[in-house]
Design a protein around this ligand. Structure first.
Ligand code: GLN
Length: 209
């Protein structure tokens, strides 16, 4: 008989933003949640979540806490990650309309413009079909959301919204990273977190963990 597997250990960046909602959703789905504030907290994680908040502040806090470089390394090495809103900005490779000292983790080949829906609408909601998610459309809440202006060739666009005849990617996936422009954690929408946990499970299986 094989030993029962321990629960997946998922870190939630807990420097700023809507940490609690992500943590509650992950616990509900059976994960052990680690609130990550210091480099030591990254030890032994199977997955990671970058919450929404303010990407400029998150960038500064990531640097002052010493987390920026070790986290970037873990993500570059393939730690499965979900980033929502400001988390999407942080996962990208280039930030437009950022602060001059704002750094991003560069995990997904995206150029992302901050607050770009905001010129027309500060926040809005939409029902989206997300490729690969069963069970009907995702009700998406966008709050001062980023716009993906460029997605690299290895980026799969799983959902878009149409604005003024242009399709703007809002769910993007590359390797084990998923970047989402809206806030699934605020509406009880748990399918993207499930996707993260599936990715974690398949990596752990592959590693024989
Ligand atoms: N506008 C924020 C930023 O630039 C993101 C907003 C959010 O996470 N809800 O970081």
């Amino acid at each position: 008989m094989s030993a029962p597997q321990r629960a997946p250990r998922v870190g939630v960046l807990a420097l700023q933003g809507d940490v609690r909602e992500h943590a509650a959703m992950l616990s509900e789905l059976g994960a052990e949640v680690v609130e990550v504030r210091r480099p030591e907290d990254l030890e032994g994680l199977d997955g990671f979540v970058l919450p929404g908040g303010e990407s400029t502040t998150l960038s500064l806090l990531l640097q002052s806490s010493g987390l920026f470089d070790p986290l970037a390394e873990r993500l570059a090495a393939g730690l499965p990650v979900l980033g929502t809103c400001a988390g999407m900005i942080l996962l990208g490779r280039e930030v437009l309309d950022g602060r001059s000292d704002q750094r991003v983790l560069g995990v997904v080949d995206l150029s992302v413009r901050r607050n770009a829906f905001g010129r027309q609408l500060e926040s809005f909601e939409a029902d989206l079909d997300v490729e690969g998610l069963e069970g009907g459309p995702v009700h998406a809440v966008f709050i001062r959301a980023p716009v993906v202006e460029r997605a690299g060739e290895d980026v799969e666009v799983l959902a878009s919204v149409e604005m003024g005849g242009v399709k703007l990617p809002v769910v993007c996936r590359s390797g084990a990273a998923t970047a989402v422009a809206f806030h699934p954690e605020l509406t009880g929408e748990d399918r993207l977190h499930r996707l993260l946990l599936e990715e974690v499970a398949s990596r752990r299986k592959g590693a024989g963990a």
